[in-house]
Write a protein that binds this ligand. Structure first.
Ligand SMILES: Cc1cc2nc3c(=O)[nH]c(=O)nc-3n(C[C@H](O)[C@H](O)[C@H](O)COP(=O)(O)OP(=O)(O)OC[C@H]3O[C@@H](n4cnc5c(N)ncnc54)[C@H](O)[C@@H]3O)c2cc1C
Length: 380
């Protein structure tokens, strides 16, 4: 078993680490406070090729493997999980979905711009009454011959206002249940497409989360992804890969919080010595480090499965579950190690703790990951 990263993977990892330190850290507290979208930072990430990492170079992507993508997600998330979720949605859900299942015309028209980061995309599955239970789609895309008429509301959509292209899941044929669902490409500015107000969030505050409203939006038939009725499968297959990206985000949040706590524990003195010399602090660090390393192995294994053509439903779900739980636990302990300083913004760990929480919720809650995992192991 070879755990060494290739030269290329190490270079990409270093580029992301440098970018996060040099470009994401500055102004992060203010962006988080103001819920300000990182427009300039996204442009620079596009220049670095971080927005279409796994897309073939013929469509303008970086043509890298999933492990490289995971390494970048981890490094960005150590500092700024708001920026990394923008990267994750564009890469795993939008670009990957289009490259894997879109028509050649859709790839030419949309993927080429999304992969270079000229524009960004959004993935729109969740609804007020369809979150974990994604089959309960109320949004409809009624077949009108050469086009669909789209009606309904999506909520919690990442990149909701900053995207130009939206992959929208909707019910075409109610009788057919989840086999009557389609995924269609909607462009910003299509008549009848409204963007709702921005959510005021606990964490990942500078990412841009909105509800979307569709009122008789006319979507050409050629914007349907895959065969008629493929929409639910499209969503599930795309989310299976998305979970690897969010698992890497959770891993990065945990690692970022741990690095800050480790440094602080060697500087802060109490009872005449650095707090790291108190065994209860040192043992916390030992537990944090061990769990992060275990999470890293699960995340890299899921990426490796995807890169090697193996099924990654189970490994991706286990990676997402364990990394998200680790992120929450480690970030909370990092705040504890910082004492009072952990409770204020300047030391960054309180933001990482708030950001960690979302990794247990989106792209399938921790409970939903346990359903995926238990079904898979019980099936034998
Ligand atoms: C900041 C943010 C960004 C998001 N971005 C996107 C996006 O870009 N695109 C998108 O489509 N969605 C997005 N989402 C939506 C997200 O994926 C959903 O919030 C998530 O899937 C949970 O759905 P829900 O909120 O409806 O919770 P519910 O499904 O109502 O769940 C509530 C609770 O019940 C539990 N639960 C539900 N069913 C079961 C069960 N069968 N067994 C055990 N427990 C269960 C859940 O685990 C949870 O704890 C985002 C959400 C947030 C908060």
């Amino acid at each position: 078993m070879d755990f060494t990263l290739t030269e290329e993977q190490l270079m990409v990892q270093q580029a992301a680490r440098d970018f996060a330190q040099n470009e994401l850290l500055a102004g992060i507290i203010e962006r988080d406070d103001a819920q300000q979208f990182p427009t300039e930072q996204v442009k620079k990430m596009a220049e670095l090729g971080f927005l279409g990492m796994m897309v073939d170079s013929k469509y303008g992507g970086s043509g890298l493997d999933t492990l490289s993508y995971v390494l970048v997600m981890e490094e960005l998330s150590k500092i700024d999980a708001s920026s990394s979720v923008i990267v994750s949605v564009n890469n795993s859900l939008v670009c990957w979905g289009l490259e894997a299942f879109g028509s050649e015309a859709q790839k030419e028209k949309y993927l080429t711009k999304l992969a270079t980061g000229e524009i960004i995309g959004a993935f729109c599955l969740s609804e007020p009454e369809a979150g974990s239970d994604a089959t309960s789609q109320k949004t409809t895309a009624l077949d009108k011959g050469d086009h669909y008429i789209l009606n309904g509301t999506k909520n919690w959509i990442t990149n909701g206002n900053s995207a130009e292209v939206y992959l929208v899941i909707a019910q075409t044929d109610i009788e057919k249940g989840h086999k009557g669902i389609n995924a269609v490409i909607v462009e910003k500015g299509m008549e009848g497409f409204e963007i709702g107000p921005k959510e005021n969030k606990m964490g990942i505050r500078s990412s841009d989360t909105h509800s979307l409203i569709f009122n008789d939006v006319k979507v050409p038939k050629e914007n349907r992804i895959g065969e008629d009725g493929f929409g639910f499968k499209f969503a599930m297959k795309t989310l299976a890969g998305g979970r690897i990206g969010i698992a890497a985000q959770a891993l990065g949040i945990a690692a970022g919080a741990y690095e800050l706590a480790l440094k602080y524990s060697k500087e802060r003195k109490a009872f005449g010595t650095e707090i790291a010399n108190h065994q209860s602090v040192a043992f916390k660090l030992a537990d944090m480090h061990t769990k992060i390393q275990a999470a890293r192995h699960l995340v890299y294994k899921a990426a490796w499965d995807k890169d090697n053509g193996n099924n990654y439903d189970l490994s991706g779900a286990m990676a997402k579950l364990y990394a998200a739980e680790t992120a929450m636990e480690v970030a909370t302990e990092a705040v504890q190690i910082h004492g009072g300083n952990g409770f204020v913004k300047e030391y960054h760990v309180e933001r990482l703790m708030r950001d960690a929480k979302i990794t247990q919720i989106y792209e399938g809650t921790s409970e939903i990951q346990k359903i995926v995992i238990s079904r898979s192991i019980l099936k034998g």
